[in-house]
Ligand binder design. Sequence first.
Ligand code: AP5
Length: 241
Amino acid sequence: MASSSVNLEEIPSESLMNELLRRMKCAPKPEKRLILIGPPGSGKGTQSPIIKDEHCLCHLATGDMLRAAVSAKTPLGIKAKEAMDKGELVSDDLVVGIIDEVMKKPSCKKGFILDGFPRTVAQAQKLDEMLERQGVKIDKVLDFTIDDAVLEERISGRWIHPASGRSYHTKFAPPRVPGVDDVTGEPLIQRKDDTAAVLKSRLESFHRQTQPVINYYSKKGIVATLHAEKPLTDVTDEVRK
Ligand code: AP5
């Protein structure tokens, strides 16, 4: 008989202990489903790992998933690349398909943080349909408000660790060793769309297509506004509230 069971003897004791402690910490946590909305560089990707760890949620970032597909040259990546390079949105059908799939992962058992999705009202409506089928709903939408003028400095100084999506900034959040991820020691990279010219088009897409999504959720009374131009730890405090 084919077996997919894991031989626990081969897993290091420290990893087993850490996983056990994580499960004990997570067991009593209530379920939560959050959406983070904000323009490029507003801090969604920076705050997500903090919320994820504190509330035992999974972090679903459509931008990270699409970049992974582009670099692996999958059919999805090939279709998405052109729009991403220009700072335009990828088609609704492509992103809705990937979100529907990843929300079923066991790591999303306690709920999720959607970072970068939904970005159009059509995506928000599709998401509502998916959640209705599962008998759950969004608890809160965190609206990262910030002046466009602040974003160019944030974007031009950003370095990321592609495998985890961790974000650093040369001035505001430098890694311990320049150019190197604090956790894995792997090299950091700059994103291809992090240029002043592409940022202009990303901001235009945000105001035209994504801002209406905030109105969509405001009508449901679940939007909390954050002051995303504040220093990083102050924004974390606002998220916790
Ligand atoms: P995506 O990867 O989602 O990019 P984005 O929305 O433009 O957001 P960013 O990742 O640029 O910003 P962030 O808010 O996460 O900022 P961060 O925390 O890193 O999408 C990329 C592309 O994929 C899109 O353009 C589109 O083509 C496509 N796509 C993705 N989802 C899609 C969808 N649903 N539909 C269609 N297309 C889709 O912070 C930025 C920098 O500032 C960092 O260096 C950080 O260290 C620093 N920083 C953060 N907070 C602070 C602070 N409070 N003070 C000072 N510095 C700070």
